[in-house]
Design a protein around this ligand. Sequence first.
Ligand code: BMA
Length: 344
Amino acid sequence: MKYKIYSEMLNKIPYENKPKGLNDVVWRYSKNPIIKRNPIDNIARIFNSAVVPYNGKFYGVFRAEDRKTLPHLRVGYSDDGINFTFEDHPIDFKDENGNSWNPYYSYDPRVTKIGDEYYVCWCLEAHGPALGLAVTKDFKTFTRLENPTLPFNRNGVLFPRLFDGKYKLLSRVSDNGHTPFGDIFISESKDLVYWGRHRHVMERGGQGWWGSLKIGSGAVPIETEVGWLMLFHGVCNTCNGYVYSIGVCILDKDEPSKVLYRANEYILTPEMDYETVGFVPNVCFPCANLVDREGRVAIYYGSADTYVSLAFSTVDDLIDFAISHNEVVGRDKEIGRWEKSLKH
Ligand code: BMA
């Protein structure tokens, strides 16, 4: 391994070697998608979901949609990270007194392990879409904390460690609909209740078009000696709607509002039938990544708002790709306090 990894490295992850002759930095699992349509009774689709290691197995918080097409979150578990068994009920979130506290809709979860606690950050109804936060130790009881953001906000991802005693959260300001804009921001909190020191991290755009409409953080960043390796989604607009691709960047280790490297090309874009055809065509939406002791990476991504799919790479290759394809966009290298300053 070329670069040191400080994030949790697992003994075992789902993995397939890169097909011979392929030049791409990321390659798909040959048996994709791993979760197909109508996967369990009365659930039409499971997609955009987060998988983490727990108790020697792989546990996930999944975005499931019933036949009313209303999304909720649901637990699933697996020995191999590929074949999942799902609970027969949605997560019943509790407030601090143990009473049920469930939002009207819930979607796009990310799960961050800090110590022996797992934090779920997702988008929920709070007079408009906002981020919710809940913590579990056993994937049975999920206790909600205060919502970290006001509406309108989505794509919340908590970092897997504290920075000088402070939690940091990436998010994307949005609107009430399908948001035709969006950059990635970061906020911090000492107690997971009060959030502040909001900074701009990364802006949409660059010379290419694949991330020109909006970008949003994706999987939990992986800490390496170079910086935080992060997969994100980038969206471009077309006459037939939005196209969601996956990109890679590296954020500063101590001040992640600074972007160190960002690849100007996507690393995965909708090409396969299970990505280009479905409830929403042309979507690759990363929500989780697992790393093993050899620095190999398994990427869980939602495809076409219909399936869960897997792709693979290595930390070394992703870092090298971000460095060799680096494009500095706007003022992303700065700490993100302002876009323009007034000169007197
Ligand atoms: C976004 C989110 C995602 C979804 C994507 C494509 O706004 O709602 O859940 O995957 O649109 O439809």
